[in-house]
Design a binder for this molecule. Sequence first.
Ligand SMILES: NC(=O)C1=CN([C@@H]2O[C@H](COP(=O)(O)OP(=O)(O)OC[C@H]3O[C@@H](n4cnc5c(N)ncnc54)[C@H](OP(=O)(O)O)[C@@H]3O)[C@@H](O)[C@H]2O)C=CC1
Ligand SMILES: N[C@@H](CC(=O)OP(=O)(O)O)C(=O)O
Length: 360
Amino acid sequence: MKKYNVAILGATGAVGTRMIEQLEQSSIPVNQVKLLASKRSSGKVLQYNGKDIVVEETTPESFDDVDIVLASAGGAVSKKFLPEAVKRGAVAVDNTSAFRMDPEVPLVVPEVNEQAVYDHKGIIANPNCSTIQMVVALQPIKEAAGLKQVIVSTYQAGSGAGQTAIQELDDEAQQHLDGEKMTADIFPVKGEKHHYPLAFNLLPQIDVFEEDGSTHEEWKMVHETKKIMAGDMNSDAIKVNATCVRVPVVIGHGESVFFEVEDNSKLDTAKVQELIKNGDGLVLQDDPAQQLYPQPINAEGHTETFVGRVREDPENRGSYNMWVVADNLLKGAAANTVQIAEKLVEHDLVRVPEDYYGKE
Ligand SMILES: NC(=O)C1=CN([C@@H]2O[C@H](COP(=O)(O)OP(=O)(O)OC[C@H]3O[C@@H](n4cnc5c(N)ncnc54)[C@H](OP(=O)(O)O)[C@@H]3O)[C@@H](O)[C@H]2O)C=CC1
Ligand SMILES: N[C@@H](CC(=O)OP(=O)(O)O)C(=O)O
């Protein structure tokens, strides 16, 4: 059986450390693991399957003899190094937003568009965390009744902003409870020296603002959903509207999703619940009588997407509400990335084609 050399780029980060764990638990036959980060973490020791591995500074040569790269070190780092990795024969699954909208790069959520992996030219993109959990929940509904439009409001955990934000949220909460001024240091205020605190607060801004007043996170949810579910980032087939909010939760994004189906003739609340219950990668937690519904605190550490509060809108038949929760660092990032790599192995696609990405 072929075994693969795997490099994790960004191995010391909030997502990278989870990629190590997900790789350990995956079906991928691993020969060697290389852990890459910046110069700052060079020499640090992490473990893979109980074995010490020294973290190395990333250079183009780091990817010599690597078969699979799992990348999560920021968009600029992916842009710089992944074409180098592909040139050297490696296939890269990228968790950053660097290549998601590139028509030459498939954007994949295995439960929704697994077949897209066949089109890869060396790089496959992992979608935004909020997009992933939403499309996993919508997929069985789309298959059964078609989707006209989706309106989503997100409740995104602080950990979506990286390892330092996790510590910052803890610190701010402690300072506030101790009656001290919060040392807010992560979410900048444009043109000002101070930052907005997240503890005991809500921030209706994730990523930068676009000219039309939406944020880039919202833009990503719209266009990534269209690319994954309709095959084209500008498709008119599904209308998507998003409002993204950062909340003082450490791990686990929540989403209030309102959707309208194309054909409601065979659907009702119970049928939607049944579709979710039998859906790939989904867990239905929906029992108002028992006050059962998904919560970030319970989703943490799990790779499934949890759905509850399903109900048809009595004023708009054919439209439904649901509440969707997932661990943003697992299904939203590390787990989906490793799942894509598993599909590459399963379909014997761990090789770059002759017209590989970035070939001059
Ligand atoms: N699917 C999704 O939506 C999600 C995507 N992400 C994306 O994943 C990426 C990482 O996120 P996260 O883990 O939260 O971030 P962290 O800040 O926790 O970790 C960043 C990682 O990148 C490494 N790194 C930084 N600069 C370089 C460099 N110049 N060369 C090599 N390695 C470098 C860091 O290494 P060092 O220890 O040396 O600093 C660290 O390992 C981001 O692009 C983020 O947008 C994150 C969460 C969800
Ligand atoms: N923006 C997401 C995490 C992230 O990094 O997303 P992206 O990979 O699309 O930039 C969050 O903060 O929760």
